[in-house]
Design a protein around this ligand. Structure first.
Ligand code: ZN
Ligand code: ZN
Length: 115
């Protein structure tokens, strides 16, 4: 049976609530923020695999969104898997992906090194 608009809306809200709860868990005390630049607008925040390999990991789990993998790890470990995942804003997440050494270009900027 197709979902009613109310059910769709409730599901969307629950997903967003779970996402924010997970962002808080990984980001540590206080409001969730980007580990690199401190961005704290929740809509821009994403989960990053610290060791890379996020795409392969997701694929191995049926293309589950990273938030699902984080919560699965949490259940298994009984705590938030903060050593495996980081909260990054979309800009820093992308920055790491396109950089040569896996670090966000912000980090090099802060060190005063040009790209
Ligand atoms: Zn950032
Ligand atoms: Zn950054």
């Amino acid at each position: 049976m197709p979902l009613t608009p109310e059910q769709v809306e409730r599901r969307r809200r629950n997903q967003e609530k779970r996402r924010v709860e997970t962002l808080r868990g990984i980001s540590g005390p206080g409001d969730p923020r980007c580990e690199c630049c401190g961005e704290d607008r929740v809509w821009s925040l994403t989960f990053d695999h610290r060791d890379g390999g996020g795409n392969e990991h997701r694929r191995a789990h049926g293309n589950a969104p990273t938030v699902v993998l984080v919560r699965r790890d949490r259940k298994r470990l009984g705590r938030w898997p903060i050593e495996t995942y980081a909260v990054l804003c979309a800009t820093c997440n992308h920055g790491r992906r396109v950089s040569r050494d896996g670090r966000c270009p912000h980090e090099r900027e802060r060190e005063g090194v040009n790209q």
